[in-house]
Design a protein around this ligand. Structure first.
Ligand code: R5P
Length: 317
């Protein structure tokens, strides 16, 4: 059953191209709001559309500039709540601050939980997000979370690639042990082999290769990960595949954060293609092997289903 006064989609400044693509898929204009900075750097929000009784969706990835994008989202939630929106959903294609999801040493924050708390108290009723760094972050929210996967979009691409390359010798590579379960899912669906890179994180920018579990010799390798930050994990995995005799090497990754030395590292890595999704803009970070797939259709469909109170999980059946 549709909400009484319809739905409106608004967007912050993090990813205007994705917001437009989602609205195009929904065949509706983007809602009218202004989000800008005061001269001192504080962020200001004004919603021009009447949202009283409206089912509002606010699209914002908390990618760099992470803190500005986060505050934009919090302030929009507050503005929409005070303007009597009927329901407000934070659509967060990329959820930043996710990697600090537990106390792995003394006297550190659990940032993923704090950010979830902030979103919950700023006026939002629901969250729609994609490929969280760890699925249990859903439980950090006290409001409903719909967790989408970019996998259908990436699967389709690599299924076509398999046909194009006319090869059966594909191996899915997890760049660390933590990603092995997701990699196993890809391997099963693509009828491919599985290998796991045993890596150790040395610092925020550096990782160290320890061992390769599984066989990649003569294989077309597809390294999968949820995000590329500095590129260290992916590039180390690619070099390891090469060292153990892999043929062509591809990357399939949802969130192209690509900060610091990432672009330089990736463009010099032994990669055929680096396939990412448009959850985060890549303008200004292009390199020859980069290929961007859109998840706008998936997000638009989920927004429609939430609005009409239809199953979102059925999207992945
Ligand atoms: C690790 O747990 C993540 O899944 C990514 O592999 C990691 O965060 C990517 O970071 P970087 O690109 O800096 O190695």
């Amino acid at each position: 059953m549709a909400r009484s006064k319809g739905l409106k989609v608004f967007a912050g400044n993090s990813n205007p191209a994705l917001a437009k693509a989602i609205c195009d898929a929904l065949e509706m204009p983007l809602g009218n709001a202004r989000i800008e900075k005061f001269p001192d750097g504080e962020i200001d929000v004004k919603i021009y559309d009447d949202v009283r009784g409206v089912d509002c969706f606010f699209i914002q990835s908390t990618c760099p500039p992470v803190n500005d994008n986060l505050i934009e989202m919090l302030l929009f939630g507050d503005a929409a709540r005070r303007a009597s929106a009927e329901r407000i959903t934070a659509v967060i294609p990329y959820y930043g601050y996710a990697r600090k999801d537990r106390k792995d040493e003394g006297r550190v924050p659990i940032s993923a939980k704090l950010v979830a708390n902030c979103i919950g108290v700023s006026g939002y009723d629901r969250v729609l997000t994609m490929d969280l760094h760890s699925a249990q972050i859903q439980g950090f929210f006290d409001i409903p979370v719909d967790h989408l996967y970019a996998a259908p979009v990436l699967f389709e691409y690599f299924r076509d690639l398999k046909k194009r390359l006319e090869t059966r010798n594909i191996t899915i590579v997890a760049p660390d042990v933590g990603r092995s379960k997701v990699a196993r899912g890809y391997a099963k669906r693509l009828n491919a082999g599985l290998a796991i890179v045993d890596k150790r994180r040395v610092s925020g920018e550096e990782t160290e290769f320890l061992d390769m579990i599984g066989n990649v010799e003569g294989q077309v390798c597809v390294i999968i990960d949820d995000m590329i930050a500095t590129g260290g994990s992916i590039v180390d995995a690619a070099k390891a595949c090469k060292k153990f005799g892999a043929g062509e090497i591809y990357v399939a990754c949802t969130h192209p954060v690509m900060c610091g030395p990432a672009v330089e590292r990736l463009s010099n890595a032994p990669l055929q293609e680096c396939v990412v999704c448009d959850t985060i803009p890549t303008q200004g970070k292009e390199f020859p092997q980069l290929k961007v797939l859109s998840v706008a259709g998936l997000l638009a469909e989920a927004i429609k289903r939430i609005h009409f109170s239809e199953s979102v999980s059925l999207l992945f059946k």
